[in-house]
Design a protein around this ligand. Structure first.
Ligand SMILES: NC(=O)c1ccc[n+]([C@@H]2O[C@H](COP(=O)([O-])OP(=O)(O)OC[C@H]3O[C@@H](n4cnc5c(N)ncnc54)[C@H](O)[C@@H]3O)[C@@H](O)[C@H]2O)c1
Length: 206
């Protein structure tokens, strides 16, 4: 398989995990050829580790998207930068793979969709939990009918949604539970949307 080049936006926190996995497990398939991070210490440390020259390191993702020629752009910044970074990448011809959540606001998410439609480029949001061993085992249990026909599934994400700041927590983390649950229940997008809009969704305990 041909190696794909990546412009990475974000270098620390979750982005450090992306970089570690891309350069470790996927080293035969991916090469990071540019990095943007507002934190200059992280930028320097990751830039050194990746062997990037200073002309491949950026503190401004707009400049990075305009300057770096890559096959795709990975984004793992805090949520409020997902939309502007993804739009900058797509406007410069880069397909995007971005951390969850899609964005920090509904309008910001819609702007990403509009840019993907306008440019014809994919803008994928990762959902890593779906592929974790325990979730895959749940899918196998369902597929093999080990528990018979499932009527409903109750799951729990290990975080207290009742805490102050739960609004952001819900935006940021609820999708882990919902997305995993929808995979287990084979819910399609319209069904999933209906579930969220339906009062009975309170029966779905995450
Ligand atoms: N999938 C998962 O299991 C999982 C787990 C944790 C976090 N996340 C997601 O990962 C994303 C990042 O979260 P985090 O906790 O690592 O955040 P963070 O605050 O640690 O930031 C990540 C990196 O982005 C950089 N950054 C911040 N603003 C930037 C900008 N404007 N341009 C370029 N770089 C910028 C930071 O300096 C940092 O190095 C969030 O969307 C979060 O929801 C996902």
């Amino acid at each position: 398989m041909a190696k794909r080049t990546c412009l990475m936006i974000g270098g620390g926190g979750m982005a450090a995990n992306w970089i570690r996995i891309l350069t470790d497990s996927f080293r035969d398939r991916v090469e990071i050829v540019g990095l943007a991070d507002v934190n200059t210490e992280i930028l320097a440390a990751q830039g050194e580790a990746l062997g990037l020259s200073t002309s491949q390191r950026f503190t401004d993702f707009h400049e990075a998207c305009a300057a770096v020629k890559a096959d795709f752009c990975g984004i793992a910044t805090p949520p409020k930068f997902h939309s502007p970074a993804a739009i900058a990448a797509m406007e410069n011809g880069l397909p995007v793979i971005c951390e969850k959540p899609i964005a920090d606001t509904w309008d910001a998410a819609k702007a990403m969709v509009r840019t993907a439609q306008k440019t014809g480029l994919p803008c994928a949001i990762i959902q890593n939990y779906r592929y974790a061993d325990n979730k895959q085992e749940l899918i196998r249990i369902r597929d093999e009918g080990r528990l018979g026909k499932l009527q409903y599934v109750v799951g729990r994400y290990g975080c207290d949604f009742r805490r102050y700041s739960a609004g952001l927590t819900v935006v940021n983390l609820l999708k882990h539970g919902l997305r995993t649950t929808s995979k287990v229940l084979c819910l399609s997008s319209p069904q999933w949307k209906q579930l969220l809009m339906d009062n009975r969704s309170r029966l779905l305990i995450i």
